[in-house]
Ligand binder design. Structure first.
Ligand code: 0L1
Ligand code: MG
Length: 253
């Protein structure tokens, strides 16, 4: 069995049963392109089990996130329907290895978008925007990885929750963000931290998604965390408020 297939099986199984694994790059060479092949094959295994692709996540789009994990390149991953959590609902911590949560801005696509596009073209393909949160759960022991490891592991993406959709024809370039745990602010930021403007993340998403046929109507694009991610514990209630857009919440059980 070649390494791509083997790594895809290992990381898929680690995610499926929530069990930490050693990072790949300490024992085998793995490049960035191969790591995206591992990601693609591991997600194919989920699709074969009945899940469907519903979008993409952009990762490490802010300095705070790059510093938190020691990687300084924008990365991306795939979102499936099984990763979506109900707004205001519950997240069962035992389904994850060592989950963290981070505030995000979500785009809902109304038209296909693929390849090199301008910011205006990208925005014209958007149906709506919403406050969101992403559950980040590296499958690697101690949340430690190099760039190819995290890419192979679907860029740590493990779940997401989206609030109410709002109009995209508003200025969302610099909106205040507060993420609270049990009513106490744990992360504060601005949508401007997402590559200087979240639309830049959508432009990047269109470019990287060209290899999977582009972003599709109805898909969700998570623009990337604007702050560092926060560790989750049983009993917490987590809420993110984005100025003018509203809030999104989840309880940890
Ligand atoms: O910003 C992100 O969503 C990056 C995820 C990969 C790094 C991490 O596990 O926090
Ligand atoms: Mg994220």
């Amino acid at each position: 069995m070649n390494d791509i297939v083997k790594f895809a099986e290992i990381v898929d199984e680690a995610a499926r049963i929530a069990k930490a694994i050693p990072q790949f790059t300490t024992s085998a060479p793995l490049g960035v392109d191969e790591a995206y092949d591992v990601q693609a094959r591991s997600i194919e295994r989920r699709l074969a089990r009945g899940e469907s692709l519903v979008g993409v996540k952009m990762g490490l789009t802010s300095r705070a996130k790059m510093i938190q994990v020691g990687v300084d390149e924008v990365i991306w991953g795939r979102l499936t329907d099984a990763m979506r959590l109900e707004e205001g609902g519950a997240l069962s911590k035992k389904r994850y290895v060592h989950p963290r949560i981070e505030p995000e801005l979500a785009f809902l696509m109304k038209r296909e978008l693929s390849g090199d596009v301008s910011a205006a073209e990208a925005l014209s393909a958007v149906e709506a925007i919403a406050p969101a949160m992403e559950i980040i759960d590296s499958r690697y022991e101690n949340f430690k990885f190099a760039l190819p490891d995290v890419i192979a592991d679907n860029s740590s993406s493990s779940g997401f929750v989206v609030g109410n959709w709002g109009r995209p024809d508003q200025d969302f370039s610099n909106l205040g963000i507060v993420m609270e745990v049990d009513g106490r602010a744990v992360q504060i930021g601005s949508t401007a931290a997402i590559l200087g403007h979240p639309t830049r993340s959508l432009v990047a998403a269109a470019r990287v998604a060209a290899c999977i046929g582009g972003l599709k109507p109805g898909w969700i694009v998570l623009a990337g965390g604007a702050t560092a991610a926060h560790p989750l514990s049983v009993g917490q209630h987590v809420r993110t408020i984005i100025q003018n857009l509203g809030s999104v919440s989840i309880s940890i059980t």
